[in-house]
Write a protein that binds this ligand. Sequence first.
Ligand SMILES: [Zn+2]
Length: 264
Amino acid sequence: MPFIENNVNGVVFMTAPNITAKHCFTTRYGGVSEGSLASMNLGENRGDKPENVIENYRRIKEATGIDTDRLCFTKQVHGRQVRIVTEDDIHTLMTPVPYEADGLVTNIPGLAILAFVADCVPLLMHDEKNGVIAAVHCGWRSTVADIMAAAVEKMVSLGAEPAEIQAAIGTSIGYCCFEVGPEVPEAVYALLPDDHEGIVRAGEKEGKFYVDLREAIARRLVQLGVPRDHIEISAECTMCSHDKYWSHRVTKGDRGNLAAMIEL
Ligand SMILES: [Zn+2]
């Protein structure tokens, strides 16, 4: 089933059809940031005015119902670390985040968690039966380091069952555009030694390849016990749809941040 586009007072955000918890995948639309950050930038370290970032979060709260005043942040470093968060981790906007991780997991209702992206893959997971959620930043380095296993393991430690998990793989750079050197397909083959057919194709230039990172993440989740029909993948690409989404590659880094958020 396709992702759903929502527009609440000009704030445009995507939701996944299989996730029943409050959640969103943000777009560039509906914020107050200006210039190269126009208009919905959720990054605190993109050179934006603090009052703009704070107003953008307020608008997301109003549009989605997610309590952005009780949001947990992480400093993302393209690693494998996933952190279980509690009320002690609630973040005050525009203050430093004291720890590094690329995934957050919680079972506390009313505590929102998020992952920032701008071409990387945002992954939200939800076990409704057991009340556990995850928000994961899956760049290619975290993906091949198997952050998916780390996230599922942390969810299970809070009582989740893989067979109950619903996963939503949001908009990122797609198979159409994710052109990389040989190190990426080699690492994807190592992650999925028996299941990588159809997720790598040759690029136009010698020594370049296209990789379907979202499909790789989905296949790994299946190996971890998440049913394939519990996994939804956005059909959009941040590079192809760079007016709607922040693309690091298109903007050469002069850009805001998208966020994938979820709250029990
Ligand atoms: Zn594309």
